[in-house]
Design a protein around this ligand. Structure first.
Ligand code: ATP
Ligand code: MG
Length: 239
Protein backbone atom coordinates (compact mmCIF):
# COMPACT_ATOMS: atom_id res chain seq x y z
CA UNK A 1 0.00 0.00 0.00
CA UNK A 2 2.75 2.40 1.08
CA UNK A 3 4.77 1.19 -1.90
CA UNK A 4 1.98 2.43 -4.17
CA UNK A 5 1.33 5.58 -2.21
CA UNK A 6 4.91 6.82 -2.23
CA UNK A 7 5.18 7.39 -6.01
CA UNK A 8 1.72 8.98 -5.91
CA UNK A 9 2.83 11.37 -3.17
CA UNK A 10 6.03 12.03 -5.06
CA UNK A 11 3.99 12.86 -8.17
CA UNK A 12 1.72 15.15 -6.13
CA UNK A 13 4.80 16.82 -4.64
CA UNK A 14 6.19 17.44 -8.11
CA UNK A 15 2.86 18.88 -9.24
CA UNK A 16 2.81 21.27 -6.25
CA UNK A 17 6.46 22.20 -6.87
CA UNK A 18 5.76 22.87 -10.57
CA UNK A 19 2.70 24.93 -9.64
CA UNK A 20 4.71 27.03 -7.19
CA UNK A 21 7.51 27.49 -9.74
CA UNK A 22 5.02 28.56 -12.39
CA UNK A 23 3.41 30.97 -10.01
CA UNK A 24 6.65 32.59 -8.87
CA UNK A 25 6.79 36.06 -10.31
CA UNK A 26 8.43 39.08 -8.82
CA UNK A 27 8.44 42.70 -9.93
CA UNK A 28 11.50 44.62 -8.75
CA UNK A 29 11.49 48.41 -9.19
CA UNK A 30 14.81 50.27 -9.13
CA UNK A 31 13.79 53.71 -8.11
CA UNK A 32 15.22 56.91 -6.75
CA UNK A 33 14.09 60.41 -7.63
CA UNK A 34 17.73 61.44 -7.57
CA UNK A 35 19.46 61.06 -10.93
CA UNK A 36 22.65 59.18 -11.70
CA UNK A 37 22.65 56.85 -8.68
CA UNK A 38 22.85 53.62 -10.70
CA UNK A 39 19.21 52.67 -11.36
CA UNK A 40 19.88 51.67 -14.97
CA UNK A 41 23.26 50.07 -14.28
CA UNK A 42 21.89 47.88 -11.50
CA UNK A 43 18.63 47.11 -13.37
CA UNK A 44 20.48 45.75 -16.39
CA UNK A 45 23.05 43.84 -14.37
CA UNK A 46 20.52 42.30 -11.99
CA UNK A 47 18.28 41.35 -14.94
CA UNK A 48 21.24 39.75 -16.71
CA UNK A 49 22.17 37.77 -13.61
CA UNK A 50 18.63 36.45 -13.26
CA UNK A 51 18.43 35.56 -16.97
CA UNK A 52 21.95 34.36 -17.83
CA UNK A 53 23.14 32.89 -14.53
CA UNK A 54 19.90 31.69 -12.94
CA UNK A 55 18.06 30.87 -16.19
CA UNK A 56 14.95 32.83 -15.22
CA UNK A 57 12.50 34.35 -17.66
CA UNK A 58 13.18 38.07 -17.30
CA UNK A 59 11.46 41.18 -18.60
CA UNK A 60 13.10 44.59 -18.32
CA UNK A 61 10.76 47.58 -18.29
CA UNK A 62 12.30 50.92 -19.17
CA UNK A 63 10.07 53.30 -17.23
CA UNK A 64 12.34 56.27 -17.87
CA UNK A 65 11.54 58.69 -20.74
CA UNK A 66 15.33 59.04 -21.23
CA UNK A 67 15.21 55.46 -22.57
CA UNK A 68 18.66 54.45 -21.27
CA UNK A 69 17.83 50.74 -20.98
CA UNK A 70 16.44 50.76 -24.50
CA UNK A 71 19.60 52.51 -25.75
CA UNK A 72 21.64 49.78 -24.02
CA UNK A 73 19.57 47.15 -25.80
CA UNK A 74 20.06 48.88 -29.16
CA UNK A 75 23.85 49.01 -28.60
CA UNK A 76 23.91 45.25 -28.09
CA UNK A 77 25.22 42.99 -30.86
CA UNK A 78 24.72 39.68 -29.05
CA UNK A 79 21.32 37.94 -28.94
CA UNK A 80 19.08 39.49 -26.26
CA UNK A 81 19.17 37.98 -22.77
CA UNK A 82 15.74 39.44 -22.04
CA UNK A 83 13.24 41.73 -23.76
CA UNK A 84 13.45 45.45 -22.97
CA UNK A 85 10.18 47.32 -23.34
CA UNK A 86 9.58 51.05 -22.99
CA UNK A 87 6.74 51.89 -20.59
CA UNK A 88 7.28 55.37 -19.18
CA UNK A 89 3.60 55.81 -18.40
CA UNK A 90 1.66 56.83 -15.30
CA UNK A 91 -0.59 53.81 -15.99
CA UNK A 92 2.35 51.39 -15.59
CA UNK A 93 0.88 49.80 -12.45
CA UNK A 94 -2.31 48.95 -14.34
CA UNK A 95 -0.67 47.76 -17.58
CA UNK A 96 2.32 45.81 -16.26
CA UNK A 97 0.85 42.96 -14.14
CA UNK A 98 -0.77 41.29 -17.13
CA UNK A 99 2.54 41.31 -19.03
CA UNK A 100 4.69 40.40 -16.01
CA UNK A 101 2.79 37.17 -15.33
CA UNK A 102 4.64 35.51 -18.24
CA UNK A 103 8.03 36.14 -16.58
CA UNK A 104 9.72 34.95 -13.40
CA UNK A 105 11.31 38.33 -12.73
CA UNK A 106 10.37 41.75 -14.08
CA UNK A 107 12.83 44.56 -13.44
CA UNK A 108 11.67 48.17 -13.73
CA UNK A 109 14.33 50.77 -14.48
CA UNK A 110 12.76 53.90 -13.02
CA UNK A 111 12.94 57.54 -14.02
CA UNK A 112 14.52 60.24 -11.89
CA UNK A 113 12.55 63.31 -10.81
CA UNK A 114 9.06 62.67 -12.26
CA UNK A 115 6.87 61.81 -9.23
CA UNK A 116 3.95 60.62 -11.34
CA UNK A 117 6.09 57.94 -13.01
CA UNK A 118 7.76 57.07 -9.73
CA UNK A 119 4.40 56.53 -8.06
CA UNK A 120 3.19 54.22 -10.84
CA UNK A 121 6.44 52.23 -10.80
CA UNK A 122 6.26 51.80 -7.02
CA UNK A 123 2.65 50.60 -7.20
CA UNK A 124 3.65 48.12 -9.92
CA UNK A 125 6.48 46.68 -7.77
CA UNK A 126 6.58 43.92 -5.19
CA UNK A 127 9.99 45.10 -4.09
CA UNK A 128 11.56 48.55 -4.50
CA UNK A 129 15.34 48.73 -4.53
CA UNK A 130 16.65 52.23 -3.93
CA UNK A 131 20.22 52.60 -5.22
CA UNK A 132 22.11 55.24 -3.30
CA UNK A 133 25.70 56.40 -3.38
CA UNK A 134 27.60 56.31 -0.08
CA UNK A 135 27.41 60.00 0.78
CA UNK A 136 25.18 61.62 3.41
CA UNK A 137 23.91 64.06 0.75
CA UNK A 138 22.71 61.17 -1.38
CA UNK A 139 21.08 59.47 1.59
CA UNK A 140 19.27 62.69 2.57
CA UNK A 141 18.14 63.09 -1.04
CA UNK A 142 16.18 59.83 -0.75
CA UNK A 143 13.49 61.55 1.33
CA UNK A 144 11.25 62.00 -1.71
CA UNK A 145 11.35 58.36 -2.85
CA UNK A 146 10.86 57.25 0.76
CA UNK A 147 7.75 59.44 1.00
CA UNK A 148 6.39 58.09 -2.31
CA UNK A 149 6.91 54.49 -1.16
CA UNK A 150 5.20 55.15 2.19
CA UNK A 151 2.24 56.72 0.37
CA UNK A 152 2.01 53.72 -1.96
CA UNK A 153 2.14 51.33 1.01
CA UNK A 154 -1.15 52.80 2.20
CA UNK A 155 -2.78 51.33 -0.94
CA UNK A 156 -0.55 48.26 -1.24
CA UNK A 157 0.86 47.43 2.23
CA UNK A 158 2.92 44.45 1.08
CA UNK A 159 5.35 46.49 -1.06
CA UNK A 160 8.81 45.94 0.42
CA UNK A 161 11.72 48.31 0.00
CA UNK A 162 15.44 48.46 0.77
CA UNK A 163 18.44 50.63 0.00
CA UNK A 164 21.34 49.28 -2.06
CA UNK A 165 24.63 51.11 -1.69
CA UNK A 166 26.23 51.58 -5.11
CA UNK A 167 29.65 52.93 -6.09
CA UNK A 168 31.51 52.32 -2.86
CA UNK A 169 35.14 53.18 -3.48
CA UNK A 170 36.86 49.81 -3.45
CA UNK A 171 38.74 49.01 -0.20
CA UNK A 172 37.04 51.75 1.77
CA UNK A 173 34.50 51.31 4.54
CA UNK A 174 31.11 53.00 4.45
CA UNK A 175 31.58 56.11 6.63
CA UNK A 176 29.87 56.50 9.97
CA UNK A 177 28.21 59.70 8.73
CA UNK A 178 26.57 57.71 5.92
CA UNK A 179 25.31 54.99 8.26
CA UNK A 180 23.96 57.66 10.63
CA UNK A 181 22.05 59.25 7.74
CA UNK A 182 20.50 55.84 6.95
CA UNK A 183 19.62 55.22 10.60
CA UNK A 184 16.58 57.50 10.56
CA UNK A 185 15.06 55.92 7.44
CA UNK A 186 12.26 53.36 7.47
CA UNK A 187 13.76 50.75 5.12
CA UNK A 188 16.77 48.46 5.62
CA UNK A 189 20.14 48.89 3.95
CA UNK A 190 21.24 45.71 2.20
CA UNK A 191 24.68 44.53 3.27
CA UNK A 192 25.41 43.47 -0.35
CA UNK A 193 27.23 46.64 -1.48
CA UNK A 194 28.26 47.35 -5.12
CA UNK A 195 31.69 48.86 -5.66
CA UNK A 196 32.78 51.66 -7.96
CA UNK A 197 34.13 49.69 -10.92
CA UNK A 198 34.86 50.86 -14.47
CA UNK A 199 33.66 47.53 -15.86
CA UNK A 200 30.05 48.68 -15.31
CA UNK A 201 30.45 51.61 -17.72
CA UNK A 202 32.65 49.66 -20.15
CA UNK A 203 30.20 46.79 -20.50
CA UNK A 204 27.16 49.10 -20.70
CA UNK A 205 28.68 50.94 -23.66
CA UNK A 206 28.73 47.63 -25.59
CA UNK A 207 25.21 46.57 -24.60
CA UNK A 208 26.65 43.97 -22.22
CA UNK A 209 26.60 43.26 -18.50
CA UNK A 210 29.23 42.07 -16.06
CA UNK A 211 27.63 38.61 -15.72
CA UNK A 212 28.31 37.97 -19.42
CA UNK A 213 31.52 39.91 -20.05
CA UNK A 214 33.36 38.97 -16.86
CA UNK A 215 31.41 36.32 -14.93
CA UNK A 216 34.29 35.69 -12.52
CA UNK A 217 34.89 39.37 -11.73
CA UNK A 218 34.34 40.98 -8.36
CA UNK A 219 31.63 43.13 -9.98
CA UNK A 220 29.73 40.02 -11.14
CA UNK A 221 30.11 38.48 -7.68
CA UNK A 222 28.68 41.60 -6.03
CA UNK A 223 25.75 41.72 -8.46
CA UNK A 224 25.04 38.02 -7.81
CA UNK A 225 25.01 38.60 -4.04
CA UNK A 226 22.63 41.55 -4.38
CA UNK A 227 20.39 39.67 -6.83
CA UNK A 228 20.15 36.66 -4.51
CA UNK A 229 19.41 38.83 -1.46
CA UNK A 230 16.44 40.35 -3.30
CA UNK A 231 15.00 36.97 -4.32
CA UNK A 232 15.64 35.27 -0.97
CA UNK A 233 14.74 37.70 1.81
CA UNK A 234 14.23 34.75 4.18
CA UNK A 235 17.97 34.07 4.11
CA UNK A 236 18.47 36.90 6.53
CA UNK A 237 19.90 39.53 4.26
CA UNK A 238 16.87 41.81 4.38
CA UNK A 239 15.68 43.00 7.75
N1 ATP B 1 29.01 50.72 -9.54
C1 ATP B 1 29.38 51.58 -10.48
N2 ATP B 1 30.69 51.73 -10.80
C2 ATP B 1 31.08 52.60 -11.75
N3 ATP B 1 30.25 53.39 -12.44
C3 ATP B 1 28.94 53.28 -12.16
C4 ATP B 1 28.43 52.39 -11.19
N4 ATP B 1 27.09 52.54 -11.15
C5 ATP B 1 26.77 53.46 -12.05
N5 ATP B 1 27.88 53.92 -12.67
C6 ATP B 1 27.96 54.99 -13.68
O1 ATP B 1 27.28 56.13 -13.18
C7 ATP B 1 26.55 56.78 -14.20
C8 ATP B 1 25.08 56.86 -13.79
O2 ATP B 1 24.59 55.53 -13.68
P1 ATP B 1 23.12 55.15 -14.17
O3 ATP B 1 22.86 55.70 -15.52
O4 ATP B 1 22.97 53.69 -13.98
O5 ATP B 1 22.27 55.94 -13.09
P2 ATP B 1 20.70 56.24 -13.12
O6 ATP B 1 20.27 56.32 -11.70
O7 ATP B 1 20.03 55.25 -13.99
O8 ATP B 1 20.66 57.68 -13.81
P3 ATP B 1 19.32 58.47 -14.27
O9 ATP B 1 18.71 58.99 -13.01
O10 ATP B 1 19.84 59.54 -15.17
O11 ATP B 1 18.45 57.47 -14.96
C9 ATP B 1 26.79 55.98 -15.47
O12 ATP B 1 27.81 56.58 -16.20
C10 ATP B 1 27.23 54.60 -14.96
O13 ATP B 1 28.10 53.94 -15.87
MG1 MG C 1 18.71 55.55 -15.60
Amino acid sequence: MLGNATPAFRFLGLQIYAFLCLRFTMIIGLLNQKGGVGKTTLSLNLAAHYAATLGKRVLLVDADPQGSAQAWSNAREEPPLFPVIGMAKPSLHRDLPDMAKDYDVTVIDGAPRVSELGRAAILASDFVLIPVQPSPFDVWATDEIVRLIQEAQQFKPDIRAAFAINRRIVNTAIGRDVMEAFAGLPFPVLPQVIGQRVIFAETAARGLTVAEAAPKSEAAREIAALANAILNPSEGSLS
